[in-house]
Write a protein that binds this ligand. Structure first.
Ligand SMILES: CC(C)(COP(=O)(O)OP(=O)(O)OC[C@H]1O[C@@H](n2cnc3c(N)ncnc32)[C@H](O)[C@@H]1OP(=O)(O)O)[C@@H](O)C(=O)NCCC(=O)NCCS
Length: 181
């Protein structure tokens, strides 16, 4: 990984809008899936950031949604990745989504950022009182499987994603720092 530290911040529109849009534009331009509400971000940015705020703070969310924190990761002034931490699981998330999802800016991949982003997000989960985090990864996503394994993910079982129909691997990770690699 680059020698500059990867710095986690909670996503805030006022502080991060410009960098967040630059990051999302790279993902959109590659036609990459897997980044929730990417279309909404470009078509209705007010609604997008309103949802980010509600996911963090609202006690009653519609559609069986669960509370979720959005994090952004910086190396110096550049936003290189994002992660999302769901505060609890739902039947849907048990099959696809789990507690944590992450995305690295396409131009910044293969530098160890995702591995470190997951490590830092697991620390947040631990602080939040989540003892074990569930990660679900499509069996075709070799880089992400490696990221989970490097953070101590223990394979649980295969599931089928209700969203994409893909076969997923489920992993559990003990969030206590002393029980992780
Ligand atoms: C998956 C993803 C997060 C990995 O990000 P990254 O910053 O490139 O990952 P890292 O640099 O931490 O690499 C982790 C491991 O994967 C390996 N890896 C990374 N990209 C790879 C690729 N394209 N092919 C094979 N291995 C790859 C790395 O070599 C490393 O393993 P090693 O330490 O044994 O060498 C990134 O590709 C991404 O954002 N993909 C789209 C979104 C996504 O799939 N998110 C995960 C959903 S579960």
């Amino acid at each position: 990984m680059s020698s500059e530290p990867l710095q986690l911040q909670r996503l805030h529109r006022s502080a991060h809008e410009e960098q967040y849009l630059a990051f999302a534009t790279e993902i959109r331009d590659r036609g990459e899936g897997g980044f929730d509400r990417l279309e909404m971000l470009f078509s209705d940015i007010d609604e997008y950031f309103d949802l980010v705020h509600r996911f963090e703070h609202d006690e009653e969310l519609p559609n069986q949604w669960v509370n979720m924190s959005h994090f952004v990761f910086f190396v110096g002034p550049q936003l290189v990745g994002t992660s999302r931490l769901r505060h609890r699981l739902s039947p849907w998330l048990e099959l696809d989504g789990g507690h944590i999802g992450y995305h690295v800016r396409p131009s910044q991949r293969r530098r160890g950022y995702a591995t470190e982003m997951l490590r830092q997000t697991l620390e947040e989960a631990h602080r939040m009182g989540i003892p074990k985090a569930l990660l679900t990864v499509a069996t075709t996503n070799a880089p992400s499987i490696r990221v989970v394994e490097k953070n101590g993910g223990l394979f649980d079982k295969e599931t089928l994603s209700p969203r994409s129909g893909e076969t997923m691997h489920r992993y559990w990770i003990d969030t206590a720092p002393e029980r992780r690699p």
